[in-house]
Design a protein around this ligand. Structure first.
Ligand code: G4P
Length: 534
């Protein structure tokens, strides 16, 4: 269990002002629109529409991206930094499609909080639920934004009840919607006793704020028609009676989520949510590591790789490792130790992901996300330190749920396939297994769509057409045990044995029956469905 008490003493101000979070949502709930508004208020872009425009420009670069666009899914994750008031926000984007859940899981190891966006008409959808469960595994604090209140939405109590029931978390309203659909006027800000009115005429205009002395303030009647006002007073009174009051500690413990109602496309409710993230959200948290936990206020710099993206620009064959800074104050040019290889690495061209463009980072603090271009030395799960042999833990690799044989379409180019697959394995895009017996590779993924993405990337980035074909195996398990037990097991089961990209042994299975048989016949052998990246 992570000991969060290390943050009891005040952090240095530069670290304390950082908020590192991700947005989780079901596709179409409004994540992109909300991100865009965040960036707009964060001064990172001048005009709404740029995130999408930039996305389009990037997508036209390749067929792979074209596929992403056609299917309306967002495959690649990125990080964005911007200031909001006195805070520095680091927003880490998570891929929305369920086929990319492993990537998403690892992304969530790099953040301290999540913003959950739900559609006011649809409530908690399947992907929201899945992502929420992942956040729960790490007790991540969650702030909720109920979007699209300018359209017909569900009853407010119904939405809150659904979250409480389906996700088993307490919900406290930070704001309360006044009317809905065409009658939606805005929100009563429960935390600050203010009226926030939406401007329908100008989508980019920030809501008008009217300060009030509570719900009975006579000024209310100047802005809210009598019927809606009566309903609002009744509902807020009821909500105060029936629902838990706001409690920052409960939010930080992950047991209570405050909910804001709004309309991202109308820029409504977004500033209030951002203020909530800043004022109530967690500061950079300690990081689980071996042999000891890392506290963000330590003087020495540490960081860990949670994502690798290769060939962001196919022309340059670059590879960027996304590093979450866990402690200290990093300055450009510093030499850090790459703990896995025990080798020093001069970090001379790190990149900060300022929303408008990639920019060279002169410095970074605990909580920040930094991109480090490299030629493949940095892998997911790697730790960088100023010399101490620390290893960040808790970044898992999951056994794939689908396996297929992969063959080069052109036998002359077969040897390039090895390189291409190995790169995607390092990037975390697939598991690649080299069977002990026979030729070729077996590729494992979590969702079927990943095979298509891989095939088009291999063709695009390596000029190598490939075919994925059914495999006799259906899943893989990592093998561990004493050397003697593993040797004996491998000798007797060569047909089932392969090595993964890190050289670790895996047992390929056809049926659950295989796994049960191993448990029965080889009590000294452990088969596991997850492996910790290191
Ligand atoms: P996602 O990233 O979660 O998938 O959602 P995205 O922001 O792309 O939003 C999905 C759709 O919902 C978009 O419409 C977007 O304009 C719309 N939307 C977002 N916020 C609101 C809101 O507050 N109110 C209403 N009424 N709609 C909202 P689209 O038609 O799919 O795309 P577009 O043509 O508008 O770009």
């Amino acid at each position: 269990m992570l000991d969060r008490s290390h943050n009891a003493a005040p952090l240095p101000p530069e670290i304390a002002r950082r908020r590192t979070f991700a947005i989780i949502s079901h596709p179409d709930a409004g994540k992109t629109t909300l991100t865009e508004k965040f960036l707009l208020y964060g001064g990172a872009i001048q005009m709404a529409g740029q995130v999408r425009a930039k996305g389009e420009a990037r997508r036209t670069r390749s067929d792979f991206m074209q596929m992403e666009k056609d299917r309306g899914i967002s495959v690649s994750a990125s990080a964005m930094s911007f200031d909001f008031g006195t805070y520095r926000f680091n927003l880490v984007d998570t891929p929305g499609h369920s086929d990319f859940s492993e990537d998403t899981y690892r992304t969530l190891t790099a953040v301290d909080a999540a913003v959950m966006v739900i559609d006011g008409a649809k409530g908690v959808e399947s992907q929201t639920q899945k992502l929420f469960e992942v956040c729960r595994l790490r007790d991540l604090p969650i702030l909720t934004f109920c979007n699209k209140m300018d359209r017909e939405a569900r009853d407010t109590f119904e939405i809150i009840d659904e979250i409480q029931e389906n996700l088993a978390i307490d919900v406290t309203p930070a704001s309360w919607p006044i009317g809905q659909g065409r009658d939606f006027l805005g929100c009563y800000d429960i935390l600050n006793d203010r009226l926030e009115l939406m401007d329908r005429a100008d989508r980019n205009k920030v809501a008008e704020t009217i300060r009030l002395q509570g719900l009975d303030d006579p000024k209310m009647a100047d802005h809210v028609p009598p019927a809606l006002l009566e309903q609002l007073r009744e509902e807020v009174e009821m909500a105060r009676e029936l629902l838990p009051a706001f409690d920052q500690q409960a939010l930080l413990d992950g047991t209570l989520t405050p909910i804001w109602f709004g309309s991202a496309i109308n820029s409504f409710g977004v500033k209030e949510l951002m203020t909530g993230i800043g004022d109530f959200g967690p500061q950079p948290q300690p990081q689980k590591a071996e042999p000891r936990q890392i506290s963000p206020d330590e003087d020495k710099v540490t960081g860990f790789v949670f994502k690798v993206q290769a060939n962001m620009d196919p022309k340059h064959r670059d590879r960027v490792a996304f590093v979450r800074m866990a402690s200290g104050h990093f300055k450009r040019g510093m030499k850090l130790t790459h703990v896995r290889s025990k080798k020093p690495m001069a970090i001379s061209n790190p990149v900060l992901f300022l929303a408008s463009d990639r920019e060279l980072a002169e410095e970074a603090w605990a909580g920040d996300i930094m991109g480090i271009p490299n030629h493949g030395q940095l892998r997911i799960g790697d730790t960088l330190t100023e010399g101490e042999a620390l290893r960040v833990s808790g970044i898992p690799s999951f056994a794939p749920e689908l396996l297929q044989n992969c063959r080069a379409g052109d036998p002359m180019k077969a040897k390039h396939l090895d390189k291409a697959l190995s790169q995607f394995a390092e990037e975390g895009a697939a598991k690649v297994f080299k069977p002990m017996m026979g030729a070729g590779f077996i590729v494992g993924v979590v969702g079927a769509l990943q095979f298509e993405v891989l095939a088009s990337r291999i063709e695009l980035e390596y000029g190598l057409p490939v075919r994925f074909e059914g495999s006799q195996f259906t899943s893989a398990r990592w093998v561990s045990g004493t050397d003697a037990a593993v040797d004996k097991f491998v000798q007797a089961n060569k047909q089932h044995i392969a090595h993964d990209n890190d050289g670790d042994l895996v047992y390929l299975t056809r049926l659950q029956w295989d796994i049960d048989r191993v448990a029965r016949d080889y009590p000294d052998i452990n088969l596991t469905a997850t492996k910790e990246m290191m």
